[in-house]
Design a protein around this ligand. Structure first.
Ligand SMILES: [Fe+2]
Ligand SMILES: [Fe+2]
Length: 239
């Protein structure tokens, strides 16, 4: 288990994939300061960061971590940072590998894969957009309303709860799309001896998939449950 006394340098030496997580919190992966000191300075909840690191390190930790203990704004902050990171870094990296793949080998399969990925990207981008524009602002205002009880926040909650409810009801975590993609990929085995861009793409895709699993778990089973529980307690649901 990762302790908050460890430094990013130590943690990333042990597992390079954690770099992705530090990047989205704008923490230098080569820093030798311990997590406690960094998080105090940057006003990040160190326990949340440590739980996330442990999940990225071992997906089995996802069932053990108590993400329900964290505040709605902290959870939303992680989810928003992740969306931004997926759009700006992960997806372009995958596209880059696909482009290199077609330059390396011009099999028709590669063009099928590119078209499949285009569709996948379209779906995932619109999924993130609705969450960024509807769900997350709603969760944050609801949390503020619980803290400060202002009329303005109550009006926002009442006006937007129907849209937010619909979104939560129909939320899917892109598992379907990923599963389809995985099925297509498994049918194809690269025949080159050297490390092909296809293998690089597969590896990037599997890291991304793991990331999305953690993301969806926090979104669906923590944030949405918390939000629905607050609304039920407030008894303003379906007003
Ligand atoms: Fe999301
Ligand atoms: Fe989602």
């Amino acid at each position: 288990m990762i302790s908050t006394l460890y430094s990013p340098k130590f943690i990333t030496k042990y597992n390079r994939n954690i770099n992705h997580l530090f990047n989205r919190y704008e923490i230098a992966p080569e820093s030798t300061e311990n997590l406690n000191a960094i998080c105090t300075k940057e006003e990040i909840n160190v326990d949340l960061l440590a739980d996330l690191i442990n999940c990225y390190n071992d997906l089995g930790f996802l069932k053990k971590a108590k993400f329900g203990n964290y505040k709605i704004p902290e959870l939303v902050d992680y989810l928003e940072r992740s969306h931004k990171y997926y759009l700006e870094k992960r997806i372009p990296e995958l596209e880059q590998s696909l482009l290199k793949l077609t330059q390396q080998e011009s099999f028709s399969f590669n063009y099928v894969l590119i078209n499949f990925f285009k569709e996948y990207k379209k779906d995932i981008v619109s999924h993130f957009k609705t969450e960024d524009e509807i769900l997350f602002p709603f969760c944050k205002v609801l949390y503020n309303y619980m803290q400060f009880n202002t009329q303005e926040d109550l009006i926002f909650v009442l006006e937007n709860q129907k849209k937010a409810f619909e979104l939560m009801k129909h939320h899917k975590d892109n598992k379907d799309e990923i599963d389809d993609l995985q099925r297509v990929l498994l049918k194809y085995s690269p025949n080159g001896k050297k490390l092909s861009y296809f293998e690089i793409f597969l590896n990037q895709m599997s890291i991304f998939q793991q990331d999305l699993k953690i993301h969806a778990e926090i979104e669906e089973n923590v944030l949405m449950k918390k939000t629905i529980a607050i609304l039920n307690n407030l008894e303003i649901k379906n007003v």
